[in-house]
Design a protein around this ligand. Structure first.
Ligand code: TYM
Length: 339
C-alpha cells in the first residue's frame, strides 16, 4: 500500500486563560505570522475548550477569547490567508478528542510533566479535563491532518504524544490515516523566562506583574519592566557559551534576538563586553518599537468585539470544511454506524 502524502499544513493554538505574554508572542504568535505564505496552509485557533480545564469566569473567558484573537490579528495574522477561529465553534474537536481518549493510555498521560506541574500536590482535586487535555490537543492537530505544529518548548511533550496517538490509531485500525506531525521548536525564543527569576518560565499567572511583559502593556510599562529586570553584576560575555550559567542575562539576550530577528550569537557579537547600563536601554527601546504598536492595535480591535466575533465565525466555517470530512472518516474507521 502506498503511503498517503499529506499537504503541508500548520496548526497551532493558544489558550484564552489570562492575558497574552511576551512568551506567547515570541514563542508562538510571531512565528505563526512568519509561517503564513505559500509554503503552508495555516490554521490558528483560540483553544477555549482547553481554558476551562481550570475554572474560568464565563464573562472573563469570552473577553479573553476575543483578546487572544485580537493579539493574533494585531501581530499580523491575516484572516484571509490563515484560518483563525475559536475551538468551541467547531465541535469536531471535542468529538475527535473523545476517540483519542479511547486510544491514549493512562500510562502515557501519567508521564505528562505539565499535568504534574499544574496539578501539584492536588492531583486528586483537579478536573478530569486537565488530565485528558493532551488528547484533546492531539485532536486539535490531527483533525486537520496538520503536518507542522509551531510551539514553545513547554508543549514539546504534548506534540510527541500526538505522534504516539496517531501511530497507535493507525496501527490498531491498520490504516495510514493520521500523519506524523512535526513539532517546530526553533529560534532563540522557545522558552522566555520570568524577568524576576531567570529559572522560571514567563507565564500568565504569577505573583508580580513586573515578572512578565503583557501584550497589552503600553510603551512606558514595557520600558520600565525591562529596565527593572533582574540581572547579574557582570557585563555581557564575548561568546554565547558565556551565558550558560547566567539565566537572567541569557533570557534578555534571547528576547533581544527574537525581537530583532537575530540569533543570540549576533546579539553577543554586537554587545560583547557591554554593561547593563548600555544593553538594558537598547533592549527597552527595541521592545517598545516592536510591541507598543501591537498593544495599541489590540486595544483598537477590542473596541469592536462584534467584528472580532464575525472574523472568528468566518474562520470557524472554513475550519469546519476541513474538519468535518476527516472526523467522518475517523468515525467510519472505528466502526461508528452512519444511517
Ligand atoms: P499556551 O496557551 O500555554 O501557550 C501558547 C503558546 O505560547 C507558547 N509559550 C511560550 N513560548 C516561549 N516562552 C514562554 N515563556 C511561553 N509561554 C507560552 C507555548 O509553548 C504555546 O506554543 N496546550 C497549548 C495550547 C494548544 C495547542 C493545541 C498548541 C491546544 N491545542 C494544538 C498547539 C497545537 C497551551 O496550553 O499553550
Amino acid at each position: 500500500m502506498t503511503k498517503p502524502v499529506f499537504a503541508p499544513r500548520v496548526f497551532s493554538g493558544i489558550k484564552p486563560s489570562g492575558g497574552l505574554t511576551l512568551g506567547n508572542y515570541l514563542g508562538a504568535i510571531k512565528r505563526f505570522v512568519d509561517m503564513q505564505g505559500p509554503k503552508f496552509e495555516t490554521i490558528y485557533c483560540v483553544v477555549d475548550l482547553h481554558a476551562i480545564t481550570v475554572w474560568q469566569d464565563p464573562a472573563e473567558l469570552r473577553t479573553a477569547t476575543r483578546e487572544v484573537a485580537a493579539g493574533y490579528l494585531a501581530s499580523g495574522i491575516d484572516p484571509e490567508r490563515s484560518i483563525l477561529f475559536n475551538q468551541s465553534q467547531v465541535h469536531e474537536h471535542a468529538e475527535l478528542g473523545w476517540l483519542f481518549n479511547c486510544v491514549a493510555r493512562v500510562g502515557w498521560m501519567n508521564r505528562m510533566t505539565q499535568f504534574k506541574d499544574k496539578a501539584g500536590e492536588n492531583a486528586e482535586g483537579v478536573s478530569l479535563g486537565l488530565y485528558a487535555y493532551p488528547s484533546l490537543m492531539a485532536a486539535d492537530i490531527l483533525l486537520y491532518h496538520a503536518t507542522h505544529v509551531p510551539v514553545g518548548e513547554d508543549q514539546k511533550q504534548h506534540v510527541e504524544l500526538t505522534r504516539d496517538i496517531a501511530a497507535k490509531f493507525n496501527h490498531d485500525y491498520k490504516v495510514d490515516f493520521f500523519p506524523m506531525t512535526t513539532p517546530v521548536i526553533e529560534g532563540p525564543a522557545m522558552r522566555i523566562m520570568n524577568l524576576r527569576d531567570g529559572t522560571k518560565k514567563m507565564s500568565k499567572s504569577g505573583e508580580s506583574d513586573m515578572e512578565r511583559i503583557n501584550m497589552t502593556d503600553d510603551a512606558d510599562l514595557i520600558a520600565k519592566k525591562f529596565k527593572k529586570a533582574k540581572t547579574d553584576p557582570e557585563p555581557l560575555p564575548e561568546t554565547v557559551e558565556g551565558l550558560a550559567a547566567r539565566p537572567e542575562a541569557k533570557n534578555l539576550v534571547d528576547i533581544y534576538a527574537a525581537l530583532n530577528d537575530q540569533t543570540a550569537e549576533q546579539v553577543i557579537t554586537e554587545y560583547a563586553g557591554a554593561g547593563w547600563g548600555r544593553f538594558k536601554p537598547a533592549l527597552a527601546d527595541l521592545a517598545v518599537e516592536k510591541l507598543a504598536p501591537i498593544s495599541t492595535e489590540m486595544k483598537r480591535l477590542m473596541d469592536d468585539p462584534a467584528e472580532i466575533d464575525r472574523t472568528l465565525g468566518r474562520g470557524a466555517d472554513r475550519a469546519r470544511e476541513i474538519a468535518q470530512p476527516i472526523l467522518r472518516q475517523a468515525y467510519d474507521i472505528v466502526g461508528m454506524l452512519r444511517s
